[in-house]
Design a binder for this molecule. Structure first.
Ligand code: BTN
Length: 241
C-alpha cells in the first residue's frame, strides 16, 4: 500500500475531510489543528496545535468480509504499537483500540467503515497521537505523550512517516490473509489480558473479572470472579481503573 499525504492547517475533523473529498485508498489527511476532532463514544478529541499527530487514512479493504472488520481495527492499533516500539516506547492496546503506555493513553483511534453489498467498501482510520505535548487538560483521565514517555522531543514528519510505514505493513499483511498473525499479535499486547481488574456495566454495577481474549468479531471475553464467562461488545463494558 502506498500512502499520499494531504496536509491541512485547520479542519473540523480529518475523518470528515477524508470522507467529504474524493479521496481514495492510501490518501492520508493530516491536520495541524482540528476544530471538532471526534473520539469514540461521542467524545471530542482535543489535541494541542502543531505538537501532535491528527490524521486519517483512507482504506479500501474490499477483501475483508464485514464479519472480520475488527481485524482492520486490530491492524491499525498494532501499527501504532509497532511505530512506538521502533522508538523504544513499549505500548499496549486497551480494547478495543486505545493505545496505552504505562497505564496512560498515548493515542486514540476512530475507524469509520462504509459497507456495500456485505463487503467493506471504504474505511477511514483516524488516529490521534500525542507526540510532543507536555501539558494536558486536567479533565482528561490519564493522558501521556511520546515526549513524556521517552523524555525527548520527536520530529512530527518522521513520526508520521514511520506510522504510515507501519500501517502499510500491517495492512498489506492483512490483505494477503495474515489475519491470524494480527489476532495473535493483538493478544500479545492486549492491556490487562489475564489480570484481574474491575469493570463497569451500563447499569452502573461493578464487576471484578479477568480478560480471557477478544473474539474475531471484536467481543471482549471476561471471566467474572464467580467463574462465569461473558462476552461484551463495545459500550457494554468499561474499565473502572
Ligand atoms: C478515541 O480515543 O476516542 C478516538 C480518538 C480519535 C482521534 C482522531 S484525531 C484524527 C481523527 N479525526 C478525528 O476527528 N478523530 C480522529
Amino acid at each position: 500500500m502506498k500512502t499520499r499525504v494531504k496536509y491541512f492547517g485547520e479542519v473540523t475533523s480529518t475523518n470528515d475531510v477524508a470522507r467529504e473529498r474524493t479521496y481514495g485508498h492510501g490518501d492520508v489527511v493530516v491536520a495541524g489543528r482540528q476544530t471538532a476532532g471526534r473520539g469514540q463514544r461521542g467524545n471530542r478529541w482535543e489535541s494541542e496545535e502543531g505538537v501532535n499527530l491528527t490524521c486519517s487514512v483512507v482504506l479500501a479493504p474490499e477483501f475483508l468480509p464485514v464479519a472480520n472488520q475488527f481485524l482492520l481495527s486490530e491492524a491499525v492499533a498494532l501499527a501504532v504499537v509497532d511505530m512506538l516500539e521502533g522508538y523504544g516506547i513499549m505500548a499496549r492496546v486497551k480494547w478495543p483500540n486505545d493505545i496505552y503506555v504505562g497505564g496512560r493513553k498515548i493515542a486514540g483511534i476512530l475507524i469509520e467503515n462504509d459497507i456495500m453489498g456485505g463487503q467493506m467498501s471504504r474505511s477511514i482510520a483516524g488516529i490521534g497521537l500525542n507526540v510532543n505535548q507536555t501539558e494536558f487538560d486536567p479533565s482528561l483521565p490519564n493522558p501521556v505523550s511520546m515526549r513524556l514517555a521517552a523524555g525527548r522531543d520527536f520530529d512530527l514528519t518522521e513520526v508520521l512517516d514511520r506510522l504510515l510505514g507501519a500501517l502499510a505493513a500491517r495492512y498489506d499483511a492483512l490483505a494477503v490473509g495474515g489475519g491470524d498473525a494480527i489476532m495473535r499479535d493483538y493478544h500479545r499486547c492486549l492491556y490487562r489480558l489475564g489480570e484481574p481488574a474491575r469493570y463497569t456495566l451500563p447499569d452502573c454495577s461493578v464487576l471484578t473479572g479477568t480478560i480471557e481474549c477478544v473474539r474475531p468479531g471484536g467481543e471482549l471475553v471476561v471471566r467474572h470472579d464467580d467463574g462465569t464467562v461473558h462476552e461484551y461488545l463495545f459500550k457494554e463494558i468499561g474499565y473502572l481503573d
